[in-house]
Write a protein that binds this ligand. Structure first.
Ligand SMILES: [Zn+2]
Ligand SMILES: [Zn+2]
Length: 149
């Protein structure tokens, strides 16, 4: 999974990255480049974020390290049959990452929880058929009306 050949061209290279929840009890570190950074416009992600879309940064699971705090989780099973285990800070409710059954060996981090989000540059937009009407999809990233195959 750490083969740099898997790295999409338009996602920058980086080393260790740290992040945490809103109350500060949960802290984590990521030790590898993302395999992908995606923006999802589906209804579940709008509800989860309380906003227009959610972002996901996919990394190999062995590169994710919890530094402090404990996470709670719940599972949801969207209609697609994929199970998503959603991990969050029990004190402040910040969503930290998802484990997605269709992507074994990876962690889908919520990259808005990173201390430095300046380098994020999504290379996928998914479920654009559900996007809020005011959202424009930029030129460049690949976009999919639903879930990419
Ligand atoms: Zn917290
Ligand atoms: Zn979604």
């Amino acid at each position: 999974m750490s083969d740099p050949g898997n790295q999409p061209e338009d996602v920058p290279t980086q080393g260790h990255r740290e992040g945490g929840c809103q109350c500060g009890k949960v802290r984590y570190r990521v030790g590898s480049k993302p395999l992908a950074v995606a923006v999802c416009h589906c209804g579940e992600c709008q509800r989860q974020s309380g906003s227009a879309f959610a972002m996901s940064m996919i990394v190999p699971d062995d590169s994710f390290e919890l530094l402090s705090g404990d996470l709670k989780s719940f599972s949801r099973s969207p209609k697609t049959g994929i199970t998503v285990d959603c991990h969050f800070c029990p004190d402040c409710g910040s969503r930290i990452y998802h484990l997605i059954s269709s992507m074994p060996g990876t962690v889908s981090i919520k990259p808005g929880t990173l201390d430095d989000t300046s380098w994020l540059n999504p290379n996928f937009h998914v479920w654009t058929q559900n996007k809020q009407s005011w959202v424009s999809i930029p030129e460049g990233p690949r976009s999919f009306e639903t879930q990419p195959e």
